[in-house]
Design a protein around this ligand. Structure first.
Ligand code: SF4
Length: 276
């Protein structure tokens, strides 16, 4: 919910919500303005119990910023086996733990704008199957085992995924050190397949106003989630300059700046064909 109004509550058939997120912020400055006062007022009126935000972009800076504010109870960010080894993410989680902020992990499977069919993925899946669970369950376990993560928000569009997630949650077997290392190796091998949401980097390389990371996210919805409608909806909301299929937008500077070496130009060209 992003509205400052409480009118959505009757539509939700409830008189209050436990946790109210301002959706998808990319910069902690977006938590300035009226939000502090608004949250206090809604809490006092019994409309919300906790207040926070979600973020897909620049998550580390948003988490660090949240830890310096005194009215953020919880933050939901993209977090997975690929991001858990990044020092900036570890530092940001530490700051939130110290500040008493509950961090909820989303995008937990670490899917990206490029669907990897690499041998590394097959090897990793085989390794976990031998231990009695799937690589998807292992990715959830890796997050649950981190005490800095309060909860996981996992999309479960069918009963198969629901059952697998429940089984993983009920299975108390912890991952071995070698399992965590296998996930880290896979993350390193497929580094260029995953967009880490450091949107300020590629955006700044193109002058600061083009949300390249959102094209990557749209392609993630298309390629990894198998959700073409959601992918198209997000893509259609992006600036026209980013969506041109004629290649007139030169993204070489963004590619050069990308710390993960994503093939930004190729992914954008694919998005222009697939999602337009
Ligand atoms: S710099 Fe690369 S990894 Fe970071 S948001 Fe942009 S495309 Fe994604």
């Amino acid at each position: 919910m992003t509205s400052g109004s409480t009118k959505p509550l009757p539509a939700l058939k409830t008189s209050y919500v436990d946790l109210f997120y301002v959706h998808a912020i990319s910069n902690i400055d977006e938590m300035g303005g009226h939000w502090r006062e608004w949250a206090a007022k809604q809490k006092q009126a019994g409309k919300i119990k906790f207040f926070g935000f979600s973020s897909h972009n620049n998550m580390e800076a948003c988490l660090e910023g949240a830890a310096k504010l005194d009215f953020i109870d919880a933050v939901m960010v993209a977090y997975n086996f690929r991001l858990m080894t990044e020092p900036a993410m570890q530092k940001a989680l530490e700051a939130c733990t110290k500040a008493g902020i509950g961090v909820v992990a989303m995008k937990t499977q670490g899917g990206g704008p490029v669907k990897s069919d690499s041998q590394a993925e097959l090897d990793m899946a085989g390794r976990f199957l031998e231990k009695g669970f799937t690589d998807k369950q292992a990715k959830l376990k890796a997050i649950w085992e981190n005490p800095a993560i309060a909860s996981v928000c996992s999309q479960m569009p069918n009963l198969t995924i629901l059952s697998a997630n429940v089984a993983a949650a009920r299975d108390a077997t912890a991952l071995a050190r070698q399992d965590i290392e296998a996930l880290a190796r896979f993350a390193a091998d497929t580094r260029g397949d995953y967009c880490a949401g450091c949107a300020a980097v590629c955006s700044a390389a193109l002058g600061g106003s083009l949300p390249v990371a959102d094209v990557m996210r749209a392609m993630m919805y298309a390629r990894d989630y198998g959700e073409p409608a959601l992918a198209r909806e997000l893509y259609a909301s992006l600036p026209e300059r980013l969506r041109r299929a004629d290649g007139s937008l030169d993204v070489a500077a963004a590619e050069a700046a990308c710390p993960r070496g994503l093939a930004i130009a190729a992914i954008m060209a694919e998005a222009a064909t697939l999602l337009a």
